[in-house]
Design a protein around this ligand. Structure first.
Ligand SMILES: [Zn+2]
Length: 1079
């Protein structure tokens, strides 16, 4: 419906009178502008990716005057006589449009390496030191997206601190004691340690050779990949948990804890893995879906009650306790039955239905009805009152309540042990006894369960655990001796009880059950003699220490507090073939451990020289201090090793306290959220126990990397994203192009890592688009500064307002970005910089600046003032993005057309020598009133563009320079300010320059506009309230051949009849035309 006749459009935002195609354009634009509003409103919390269409709204809609002219001419197209093309200052730079990252990034990394940039910058910086202590990942060479996320977050922080003038020391670490290495089975290559008891033990030198090959092998693979991410670290001096110095420091930590009384030996049920024959910590367990146990309802016959004539005596001797367990194999270790004193229990009579009444279901095949229900003479049972309906349904019987009592009434009743027949007590248990499942009476085996163990302590119950390392019953279990508790042993116990008419029902039971995280096999709870760190002894100090640490995100503090306040003593001994030994000798006869300052110091000094292998190959005599030598035959070496979490948890002592330039506590630890119960916690405990304080001032935790749909990555799903493929590209470069490390790093910066993060092809394509846009922004800046010299800078006070406003915006984002780095919220930086480059620069400032830069005259005020602003933008942007996009930033820096001098007159040859941009308070002090006015102008410009677009669609104009814009507003003060803008002191501030039109006129009344010329007009709302009328006509005068602006001046100069006054003046000032430069 575009017409030649004049019509008025009431600007209703949802209603468009235009043709379908142009209304699409408007809707797109509105979408984009509303997202700008939204995002500024919410400070960009929600808007992660800037809308794609925002990139192209301007360039697509508007044809550009001088740029088009010069470009066409440079290609030889006839465009006038091309007489002035050499006077147009087009951008030129050697900085490529394309990243060419597969070649350029390694070149830049080589440049850094050869010049030792990281080391030198760190040495020169004098703003204090910053220590981010690297957690030791398992050195098994399998690098995945989780590592990429972790290492890049760390590198972004370190690089930011370098720009902040800090000395940054970052020592990468590798955990070499973890089982993944053992399981790889490649002992000769990967580890230095000798399996215990292997006779043909390697010699010491052999062992260190192996250690060396591990260093070069595993560490090398990792280092190669991680450094390809652009991660700066002291790669030549990593720390390995199997370094002798490391192990010695760990022994020292252990010794300190012993002397403070925090280490003890005790018999206690621990998670035990029969498959790897060792105790496991909570952190080494996993709970896979689908575990099914055999659950059993059994009865224990009551023998006596505590008081004669008590409430239940009348049911004797036909009275039994009904219990339920999911681990029938623990019955031989039964020591008591526990009840909840506050619960009501019922004595019930079992009434079995006749066989005809029993409905059969498919479930029945898996169930085994016990002899209790099959027999004629069913005893009275005690069960929790609330559970009767559940049990009736499960057992398929009627339970007739004969009497009810409280749990407390049952205490000290005695029953016959179902296997040995010995008398055992009914005891009062804790709150863990509920009516959620089972019978409300808990079979208690203190040797096989934590709650049972604690109840056992109260009643001094025996800790029976007749199960060996392999998970087989021992002689103590009598007839079950030698049977596998998780296999035939379990079945044998059930059969045995059933023969004695003690089973009600056996059925499969699906529940969470702990598995060994490495062997993926089920574990058991088993009491063994172990070494413990008494967390109870320093729990309060640990809680205080947690309080002193800055946790990011803040909710992490809750997590670690809860885990620390509720955790039981830390079992630190393991029965492994690898690892650092618990440095204890035992007396052969008394079995008493020999552990004192003298022995620990002696063993530590041996390990610091020979490594912990020495423990296994040296004789007892040599391991004993002088004083004990002659009694060597009285002692044997202990064979326990330390929990691997004790190894890595000692890294603060082994690394922070021993290496030059480092300090304890570290400034920061950064790992995945799983480390709350792993490394963060073990480091905290060892540090608090020995030094009373956490080993870190701050902790950052991050989530896991999932695929684009939020699913866990797995080979079977085929959704694994490999960081190497992102950088180098896949086999099919169409599907998996080589994006380079910076695109990967940009992705890391874009995600809110405090939760789980997503990655996939779609996300990467978006990142690549944004990277290109940023690169384009920087290229524009470089290209237009090719002839720039610092001495050409125009003082701030003399700059046009548009430039002062631009510097205000620049300074504001630099300040915001700094705040976001300080709070480690990189996604805010990503959003800020993206919006700034697209909305503030590309769509506005650069768009307007091209006229001044290209045709304003090489040495003119208008161009130089603009270049002053561009130079500041270039120097600030390149530095604030450098921590995230170091290759891009360095590439820009190496292509800088001028030198950058530091305060101390040194020239910054590399971007990381340049330091963080200083905040300029003058720029930030741009008056509030002016900021608001510029806000209106920018919105007005958006509306004018819509009107121009309509005129262009209607073929009234081609380039926007062919238009004249009429404005009317009933807001008088706004009208005055706009009118002043039509003829400002400085040409660059003119409204027509800002709108990219040839003329703008402010009319007092709409009727004053020359109606016959105005083909397009409409009324628009500015800032949601001010109505502005906009009219568009063809520009007055003729087109200047050089700058394409229309003016009546064209034709008035005899020497240059096709030029406007501005161009005429430029030509006069510039007798020697600048060389044409088109890049
Ligand atoms: Zn001109």
């Amino acid at each position: 419906m575009a017409t030649q006749t004049s019509h008025t459009v009431l600007s209703l935002r949802g209603c468009s009178p235009f043709t379908k195609s142009s209304s699409f354009g408007l809707i797109d634009f509105r979408r984009c502008s509303s997202s700008i509003e939204l995002s500024s409103l919410f400070n960009f919390t929600y808007c992660y990716i800037y809308p794609r269409n925002a990139y192209c709204t301007h360039s697509k809609r508007r044809s550009r005057g001088p740029v088009m002219a010069a470009k066409k001419e440079s290609k030889g197209t006839k465009q006038g006589d091309g007489k002035y093309k050499h006077t147009v200052d087009l951008p030129k730079t050697s900085f490529g449009m394309r990243a060419n990252s597969s070649i350029r990034e390694p070149e830049i990394q080589k440049l850094w390496d050869e010049n030792q940039v990281f080391k030198k910058v760190s040495e020169k910086n004098n703003g204090g030191s910053f220590i981010l202590h690297d957690g030791p990942p398992y050195a098994n060479g399998d690098l995945h997206m989780g590592h990429a996320l972790n290492k890049i977050i760390k590198d972004i922080i370190n690089r930011y601190k370098l720009l902040q003038n800090c000395k940054v020391h970052y020592i990468p670490g590798w955990d070499c004691h973890g089982l993944p290495i053992e399981l790889k089975g490649n002992v000769a290559v990967i580890g230095s340690r000798c399996p215990k008891g292997v006779d043909t033990y390697k010699t010491e030198s052999k062992s260190s050779q192996v250690c060396q090959s591990n260093r070069e092998g595993t560490n090398g693979i990792f280092q190669g990949l991680v450094s390809r991410f652009g991660v700066w670290a002291d790669w030549d001096h990593p720390y390995l948990t199997l370094d002798p110095e490391y192990e010695a420091a760990q022994i020292e930590v252990f010794g300190q804890m012993v002397f403070k009384g925090y280490i003890y030996r005790g018999r206690k049920p621990v998670h035990w893995s029969p498959s790897s024959r060792t105790a496991l910590a909570e952190a080494e367990l996993e709970y896979p879906e689908g575990h099914v146990s055999k659950s059993m309802y059994a009865i224990f016959t009551i023998l006596t009650t505590p008081t004669k004539g008590g409430p239940i005596d009348e049911f004797l001797p036909k009275l039994s306790l009904a219990i339920w367990t999911t681990t029938p194999w623990t019955i031989p270790a039964n020591a008591a039955v526990a009840v909840n004193p506050k619960l009501q229990y019922a004595i019930v009579e079992v009434q079995s239905p006749s066989p005809a009444e029993i409905p059969s279901s498919p479930e029945d095949k898996k169930r085994r009805i016990g002899s209790v229900l099959k027999g004629q003479d069913t005893p009275f049972l005690i069960v929790a009152l609330d559970l009767i309906p559940t049990l009736e349904a499960k057992w398929n019987v009627k339970l007739l309540v004969k009497k009810t009592v409280f749990g407390s009434d049952l205490e000290n009743c005695r029953y016959a042990h179902p296997i040995t027949g010995q008398e055992c007590p009914v005891v009062i248990g804790g709150d863990y006894i509920t009516t959620e499942s089972g019978t409300g009476l808990v079979h208690t085996a203190p040797g096989h369960g934590q709650d049972d163990y604690l109840t056992g302590l109260k009643y001094n119950l025996p800790i029976i655990s007749p199960v060996d390392d392999e998970g087989k019953f021992t002689e103590e279990a009598g007839i079950f001796n030698g049977l596998d508790v998780l296999g035939d042993g379990n079945a044998a116990v059930i059969d045995h009880l059933d023969e004695r008419s003690l089973i009600v029902l056996v059925e499969p039971y699906k529940h969470k059950y702990p598995y060994d995280w490495r062997t993926k096999k089920p574990t058991i709870f088993r009491a063994t003699a172990q070494w413990f760190a008494s967390v109870e002894g320093f729990r309060e100090a640990a809680m205080d220490a947690i309080n002193q640490v800055t946790w990011t995100p803040p909710q992490a503090e809750n997590r670690i507090s809860t885990m620390t306040s509720s955790r039981s003593d830390w079992c630190i001994s393991r029965q492994r073939t690898w690892g650092v030994p618990i440095p204890v000798l035992y007396h052969v006869e008394t079995k008493e451990p020999l552990l004192n300052e003298e022995t620990v110091a002696h063993i530590k000094s041996i390990i610091s020289q020979k490594g912990s292998d020495a423990w296994w190959y040296m004789s007892v005599e040599d391991l004993l201090p002088e004083r004990y030598r002659d009694k060597a035959s009285d002692y044997v070496k202990g064979t326990d090793t330390m929990d691997v979490w004790f190894d890595s948890g000692s890294s603060w002592a082994a690394v922070l306290e021993t290496r030059d330039g480092l300090h304890w506590p570290a400034d920061l630890y950064v790992e995945g959220t799983d480390q709350h119960r792993g490394w963060f916690q073990s480091s905290l405990l060892t540090s608090v126990a020995t030094k009373g304080k956490a080993p870190y001032s701050g902790v950052i935790t991050h989530g896991f990397v999932l695929d684009e749909r939020g699913l866990k990555m797995s080979k079977s799903l085929g959704n694994v994203v490999d960081p190497r493929t992102i950088i180098e590209g896949g086999k099919n470069q169409e599907e998996a192009p080589s994006y380079g490390a910076d695109v990967l790093r940009l992705w890391v910066s874009s995600v809110d890592y405090s939760g789980d993060v997503l990655i996939g092809p779609q996300v990467l394509r978006q990142m690549s688009d944004i990277y290109r846009k940023l690169r384009g922004t920087l290229r524009f800046l470089l290209g237009n500064l090719h002839d720039w010299k610092a001495e050409n800078a125009i003082p701030y006070d003399e700059l046009p307002e548009i430039d002062q406003h631009a510097l205000f915006q620049l300074e504001t984002i630099v300040k915001n970005i700094q705040e976001s780095y300080e709070s480690y919220q990189f996604f805010k930086i990503f959003q800020t910089i993206q919006r700034f480059a697209i909305v503030d620069l590309s769509n506005f400032y650069f768009d307007v600046a091209k006229d001044r830069l290209y045709v304003g005259g090489a040495s003119s005020f208008t161009r130089r003032s603009c270049q002053t602003v561009l130079a500041f933008h270039l120097l600030s942007i390149v530095r604030v993005i450098a921590p995230i996009l170091p290759h891009l930033a360095e590439d820009v820096w190496q292509n800088l057309p001028f030198e950058y001098t530091l305060d101390n007159t040194d020239i910054a040859k590399f971007v990381f020598e340049s330091k963080w941009p200083q905040v300029n308070p003058t720029w930030l002090a741009f008056p509030e009133k002016e900021i608001q006015f510029w806000g209106k102008i920018l919105e007005l410009r958006t509306e004018v563009n819509k009107a121009l677009e309509t005129a262009r669609t209607g073929k009234l104009i081609g380039s926007s320079l062919e238009a004249k814009v009429y404005l009317h507003t009933s807001d008088d003060s706004l009208a005055v300010r706009l009118r002043n803008r039509c003829q400002p002191k400085i040409d660059a501030d003119s409204l027509h320059r800002i709108f990219l039109t040839s003329q703008v006129e402010i009319v007092s009344r709409v009727e004053d506009a020359p109606n016959e010329n105005i083909a397009y007009s409409g009324e628009y709302l500015i800032q949601g309230e001010k109505k502005i009328w906009i009219g568009v006509s063809r520009a007055e005068g003729s087109k200047c051949e050089r700058c394409w602006n229309f003016t009546a001046e064209v034709g008035s100069f005899v020497d240059h009849p096709t030029l406007c006054k501005r161009c005429h003046d430029v030509i006069a000032d510039q007798p020697l035309p600048a060389l044409a430069a088109v890049s």
